[in-house]
Design a protein around this ligand. Sequence first.
Ligand SMILES: Cc1cc2nc3c(=O)[nH]c(=O)nc-3n(C[C@H](O)[C@H](O)[C@H](O)COP(=O)(O)OP(=O)(O)OC[C@H]3O[C@@H](n4cnc5c(N)ncnc54)[C@H](O)[C@@H]3O)c2cc1C
Length: 296
Amino acid sequence: MQSFTYHAPTSISEALQLFAKCEGTIALLAGGTDILVQLRENHRQADHVIDVKHIPELHRLGCDPTQGLVLGAAVTCSQVLHSDATQDYSALRDSAQIIGGWQIQTRASIGGNLCNSSPAADSVPSLIALGAEVDYATLEGRQTIPVREFCTGPGTNILNRRGLLIGMHLPPVGARSGSAYERFIPRYEMDIAVACAASYVELDNDGTISAVRIALGAVGPKAIGCPEAANLLVGKAADDELIQKVADQAATMASPINDMRGTIEFREHLASVLVKRTLQTALRRAAGEVIVSHPH
Ligand SMILES: Cc1cc2nc3c(=O)[nH]c(=O)nc-3n(C[C@H](O)[C@H](O)[C@H](O)COP(=O)(O)OP(=O)(O)OC[C@H]3O[C@@H](n4cnc5c(N)ncnc54)[C@H](O)[C@@H]3O)c2cc1C
């Protein structure tokens, strides 16, 4: 492992000054569950490691009815799972629950999961389905963009290693709403998704669906939203036939690859199955049923 200089800034401006000052390659560190492995195995090089955990703004976690959920970039999966602030954001809890095991969850942040930008990252479809926006800072200033625009390909994102993710904003959920995330892995746990999906639904008083968002992961170079498929449900009362049609339509957005964990055909099939399941769970949650996050 290459030796590096460790920095622990305590403010966003101090972190940004380091970007201007440090010569050579820079890596940011939150929980370290991705970056330390990559550095140790020489998959990444860094002359400077900037630890973002000492910046208070990156630990914000709170929810109110007008602003929705504020999630600082360094908030851990474990904090997401145990905070009352996230109780209406079930898909995010489903994701946090299956990232690694509980030891990993106490270190791993949702921000790190997003910035690692793996196509199979478990939090990203949920963030897309929940309509998250991302706040980040570079030497040019602060910006907010929809989370679906953040990742640009496998392992790459809009920061281009020259910026700092500050956090995410998830809009308030509807009074009768539900969301869910599921992935397929060949083992019970500790594996990465062969395909994954998240859905969010909001119901009107008469039970018809007033808003839907669907997202897919691990079936292309980055997680994607499926707005055309989601729109098929708006204004309708969901039944099995319609849900299947929507799931099949969402799966047409997939552009998977063949690899040792799954063929293109298998992943397209999984995309449809997982969208169907997450829609069904989201609808049941919207109707008030308590369904605890699936353990894998
Ligand atoms: C045993 C094990 C099991 C795992 N299981 C899963 C799993 O099931 N599902 C899954 O999705 N992942 C899994 N992971 C990967 C990893 O745990 C997650 O991606 C985790 O959420 C990363 O968060 P972190 O805080 O540890 O990020 P770090 O490792 O600290 O950082 C990850 C990346 O984000 C960058 N970064 C971090 N914070 C910022 C910031 N504020 N601004 C800009 N860039 C930043 C880093 O430079 C790095 O490139 C697993 C890892 C291990 C070791």
